[in-house]
Design a protein around this ligand. Structure first.
Ligand code: SF4
Length: 475
């Protein structure tokens, strides 16, 4: 079906069916970047048993490790933002943060091990490029002094860039200190949309940065887009997509804006009346999906589009895709160590989250304490359900024989209730269930979160020590 119709004001009948399904399954649910999901983390998790396990020798002291590093500061507020960030232009904040990071890096490398090859690293935020060139260099030097960074072989070292905070010399510096992947926060190119969310960045500036990223031979360039923002409609989105496709990033992550002003104060600056209506939002999603696929991109998981020769496309076909706190990525290490305020680690049988308030994070570091304040130990039941959920959301299939062998269960008996719950989705063409496998079909891709939710034992049985979470809309 050509995508042209989507730019018109009338919607053809064949698409009405998809919209009816989206309405039928509209609900709120987790994004499944972990299982158990972060709201289930508790303050009284078994930190002592984690330390004891880290104190023993074993493969976990030598196996590859991913690093995530959180830089919480931003120069300006983007009204839609739901990240853990601090908007400030106060001089010296970054340097004070780096001092604490240095201590945390030292403590963590002693605990987790400094000989594990760092196959993946990601700097996120906030705005990692809030740091100036000297601070970026100093931080990378710190990491290289306490972890085994790699400079050859396959590795993914990526950084999120706010195009408003960098110039061409920053791109050269990032390449020089070892990054090989760049992720640019684009969100939308339309001037009215940009004004309404307080994030103004011109197409020309972004195009210059893209040229520079290409000329420095980065392995890949990603764009982040958001749909559901104020004043977006099919015409503005068509134009944004035309510009995006012209710049040909290797990967495009496309996120659904969740308007939760009661939870995220800055979203109160967005006039609800300027947001696209739910049906229009569904059309935007459809427009993005069809336009990018028509332009040669492949859909990965539920919200990433990649060029066919990108490692993520190959990984999905080979079952090596994983979902973690950064979305979808290659599975190159089982453990992820998060550094910095609010960062989350997934290590062995544990999830651990650092203190989320900056002052408290500083106080803990200054007192010589590891700044971990919440977490959970993953039970055998969690591991089974995590395997089911992550296979469905990443591999788009679940090998039932493999689950039975790996976990010593009879899947159809163990998950009889869950299988009943997803039966209507079989009827709607989202998936098929055979004796051997659950297979997600193209039609089910936008509903992956809905498909996973029946397998989540914590939904409706919240166990975290904070109020039950409000999740974003699944579709
Ligand atoms: S979207 Fe990025 S740059 Fe904007 S406020 Fe949030 S973290 Fe900061």
């Amino acid at each position: 079906m050509p995508t042209d119709f989507l730019a018109s004001t009338t919607v053809p009948p064949e698409f009405m069916e998809d919209m009816a399904l989206a309405r039928k399954y509209a609900c709120q649910g987790p994004r499944y970047t972990s299982y158990p999901t972060a709201p289930q983390f508790r303050q009284d998790f078994p930190m002592q048993s984690y330390r004891k396990w880290q104190g023993t020798d074993g493969d976990h002291k030598r196996e590859p490790l991913s690093l995530y590093l959180h830089v919480p500061f931003c120069n300006d507020i983007c009204y839609y933002c739901a990240c853990n960030k601090i908007v400030t232009r106060e001089k010296g904040v970054a340097q004070r943060y780096l001092q604490r990071l240095q201590t945390e890096i030292l403590m963590q490398s002693e605990l987790v091990g400094d000989q594990r090859p760092i196959t993946q690293m990601h700097w996120g935020g906030g705005t990692p490029t809030y740091l100036d060139h000297a601070q970026i260099t100093e931080l990378m030097h710190l990491l290289a002094s306490h972890f085994k960074l790699l400079d050859k072989g396959y590795r993914e070292y990526s950084i999120e860039i706010d195009p408003r905070t960098v110039d061409l010399s920053t791109i050269a510096l990032l390449k020089g200190v070892g990054f090989n992947r760049i992720s640019l926060g684009i969100q939308d190119f339309d001037p009215l949309v940009q004004k309404a969310v307080n994030r103004i960045q011109s197409y020309a500036d972004v195009a210059h940065l893209v040229d520079s990223v290409r000329s420095h031979d980065f392995r890949s360039l990603s764009f982040d887009l958001i749909y559901g923002l104020p004043h977006q409609d099919r015409l503005t989105m068509e134009e944004t997509l035309r510009k995006v496709i012209a710049l040909r990033p290797d990967r495009i992550a496309c996120y659904n804006y969740a308007h939760l002003p009661e939870r995220f104060l800055s979203q109160r600056a967005i006039d609800r009346l300027t947001l696209p209506e739910p049906d229009e939002k569904l059309l935007l999603h459809e427009l993005i999906s069809r336009t990018l696929q028509d332009a040669g991109y492949e859909l990965i998981g539920m919200d990433h589009y990649v060029l066919p020769d990108d490692e993520l496309a190959i990984a999905q076909s080979e079952g090596r895709l994983q979902r973690n706190f950064q979305g979808y990525s290659l599975r190159m290490a089982d453990d992820l160590l998060g550094l910095g305020v609010s960062a989350i680690s997934q290590i062995g049988d544990y999830y651990l989250q650092n203190e989320r308030e900056l002052d408290n994070y500083y106080a803990m570091i200054d007192a010589g304490e590891l700044p971990v304040t919440r977490g959970c130990m993953v039970t055998d039941e969690d591991k089974l359900r995590r395997h089911v959920i992550m296979s469905l959301i990443s591999d788009l299939k679940l090998d039932l024989g493999d689950v039975n062998r790996q976990f010593g269960i009879d899947f159809s008996r163990k998950f009889a209730r869950e299988l009943d719950a997803i039966q209507p989705m079989v009827g709607d063409g989202f998936l098929t269930i055979s004796n051997e496998q659950i297979t997600i079909h193209k039609r089910g891709r936008p509903f992956l979160r809905n498909i996973c939710m029946p397998f989540d034992a914590y939904l409706g049985a919240h166990q975290g020590d904070e109020p039950a979470p409000k999740f974003s809309a699944t579709v």
